[in-house]
Write a protein that binds this ligand. Structure first.
Ligand code: NA7
Length: 552
């Protein structure tokens, strides 16, 4: 699967010339490639991995599973793909999702457009030619009118800088960079740092194999059962029957996390809430909880009842009361750190080979050759797993040296937090698009449909530009400031900023504390209205050369 020359892009001694470079071949990148080709652009994709799949290529730890139901975590735009693919489980595992990405890439004949095993190092906007010069770690140089950053919101692993890690003589793993071949933990003493979604999924799996598993927990997380199960014919039939309504709902509604009614809704009585949560607990999955009541993520009194409910479940499940207490989240609201979805997570702490270490009481002091030293104990380990998450939402964008007008860098432009217009474009960086960028719903809800929406928006925009012979698009500084203010105001009216989550970037030392996703309803309606209003807030540049001409 090496490099290949994309259709209609041309190569000369100056490098590859094309209309659009797409960075990343996850779900956002694959659909971008397809859509750009469909509207007649010469497009080339660059992907760091040797295969498609994005985050699902790398996150292959045991138990890795999506928390959005599989029937919905699929491309909604293609009836063919839907007909030819049949999900086996309510929540798809990593292997099946990766197989789906491969299937989509093959079925849409996208691989020939992608250069694998190649990382984009820099992208510089040349104002004279109005082209992006994209450079890779393999020395490639591409010139393109547009760059689409489909680099994903959860793709750059975060590995905390714990003293002594280089001294450890055992094996070290990160959930987000798991080896290709299965890891054998049989009979091993394993330590794991991190109890977010990845930790919550992998801990029960490792516990089954390891002789001893030590979980180093800094913050306990809220987690609800997945109740994963094989999908039946009846499930598929019911999905098919509801398909039209679902597709229409994607068009019409916006899937923001916080509905407009949230701010005026009444506080439901405790017993009414409790009964609803019990029902949702039995059904499994996170979606129902996060929408159980319109104000659950806004009103502290409603939220606290749900938090109590989950703590009660933890106490009922975990036999050792002290362990149950340490596992019980408190001091921050329910659902505003990403809600974990698990299979037997809390029950795993009833196993005799699993120990929980509360890092709030005994922090890790250093990693040694043979294990981990906390403030009060030494743990002998054969392997250490980092389930410590990602430099989320902005990490992959800032990992590329992006320079816009006047040589201004994205890094400087975002030094106090990301600034975008609609999470799609950045002032001073013409013709650069960010799929699920900060300031858009991005990592909230169903990321595949969020990606699709952005790709469709970009395709419509490029078609408009071609029709009107426009060379560049970029947001107006004022429009960008107003959008940023709106994104922050919506978040500030909710409980989201009250937890130290990766949504705010606080998991990365030195990262500005800014709430990155857009959680209001009405995102799609707003984007649509802006287009209908003549691309309000955007500035177009006049033509130098017609679009779709590269390589001819
Ligand atoms: P998360 O949700 O960011 O979880 C990372 C975990 O690692 C979390 O428990 C952190 O504790 C812990 N962590 C991070 N740094 C440290 C240090 N230095 N010491 C101890 N513990 C640490 O990442 P995931 O991969 O689980 O999930 C990310 C998303 O991927 C998930 O939400 C889904 O959307 C898919 P903390 O809570 O910061 O105290």
């Amino acid at each position: 699967m090496g490099a290949s020359v994309p259709e209609r892009a041309s190569t000369n001694e100056a490098g590859v010339e094309c209309d659009v470079v797409v960075v990343g071949a996850g779900f956002g990148g694959l659909y971008s490639l397809h859509k750009m080709r469909e509207i007649g652009m010469a497009v080339r994709g660059i992907e760091a991995a040797p295969d498609v799949g994005g985050t699902w290529y790398w996150n292959r730890y045991p138990g890795a599973r999506c928390d959005v139901p599989s029937l919905f975590y699929s491309y909604s735009w293609s009836p063919e793909l839907r007909r030819e693919w049949r999900w086996t489980n309510r929540y798809a595992g990593q292997e099946e999702i990766l197989a789906y990405a491969r299937f989509a890439a093959d079925r849409l004949d996208l691989r020939r457009l992608i250069q694998f095993d190649t990382r984009v190092a820099g992208a510089t906007f040349d104002e004279k030619s109005e082209r992006w010069i994209v450079e890779t770690d393999r020395g490639d140089r591409l010139r393109a009118r547009f760059v689409i950053m489909a680099t994903g919101g959860l793709s750059v692993p975060n590995t905390p800088d714990i003293p002594g890690v280089a001294d450890f003589t055992g094996a070290i793993y990160h959930t987000a960079r798991w080896p290709q071949e299965p890891v054998d933990f049989e009979g091993k003493r394993v330590g794991i740092i991190g109890t977010g979604s990845s930790g919550v999924q992998v801990i029960p799996m490792i516990a089954k194999a390891a002789s001893q598993l030590v979980v180093f927990q800094r913050t306990p997380n809220f987690s609800v059962p997945a109740r994963n199960r094989p999908l039946t014919d009846a499930d598929h039939k019911s999905f098919d029957e509801g398909l039209e309504t679902y597709l229409a709902s994607l068009e019409q509604s916006d899937f923001g996390r916080v509905p407009p009614t949230a701010f005026t809704a009444e506080v439901p009585p405790r017993d009414v809430q409790w009964a609803r949560y019990e029902q949702l607990w039995q059904e499994g999955g996170s979606g129902g909880f996060l929408k159980a009541f319109p104000n659950i993520l806004v009103h502290p009194d409603v939220n606290e009842v749900c938090a109590d409910f989950v703590r009660q479940k933890i106490r009922e499940t975990v036999k050792n009361p002290k362990t149950a207490e340490v596992l019980s989240p408190s001091g921050y609201p329910f659902g505003v750190k990403r809600l974990c979805v698990d299979t037997d997570y809390f029950d795993t702490y009833n196993r005799s080979n699993v120990d929980l270490v509360n890092l709030r009481e005994e922090p890790i002091e250093r990693i040694t050759a043979s294990g981990v030293d906390t403030a009060s104990r030494h743990f002998e380990l054969d392997a250490l797993v980092f389930a410590t998450g990602f430099d989320a939402v902005t990490g992959a964008l800032l990992a590329v040296d992006i320079q816009g007008r006047g040589g201004a860098t994205l890094k400087d432009a975002w030094s106090e937090g990301p600034r975008t217009y609609l999470g799609l474009t950045v002032a001073g960086f013409p013709n650069l698009f960010t799929i699920t960028g900060p300031g858009s719903p991005s990592v909230i809800g169903n990321v595949i449909t969020n990606c699709e929406y952005h790709v469709d928006w970009i395709a419509e925009c490029l078609t408009h530009m071609r029709r009107h012979n426009l060379a560049t698009i970029e947001p107006d500084g004022e429009a960008q400031i107003a959008w940023g203010r709106h994104v922050a105001e919506v978040a500030d009216r909710t409980l989201f900023p009250k937890a130290n989550s990766w949504y705010l970037g606080v998991n990365i030392p030195g990262k500005p504390r800014v709430f990155m996703p857009y959680i209001g309803e009405g995102y799609r309606t707003t984007c649509k209205a802006i287009v209908e209003d003549g691309y309000r807030g955007f500035r177009f540049g006049s033509p130098t050369r017609a679009l779709g001409e590269a390589g001819k």
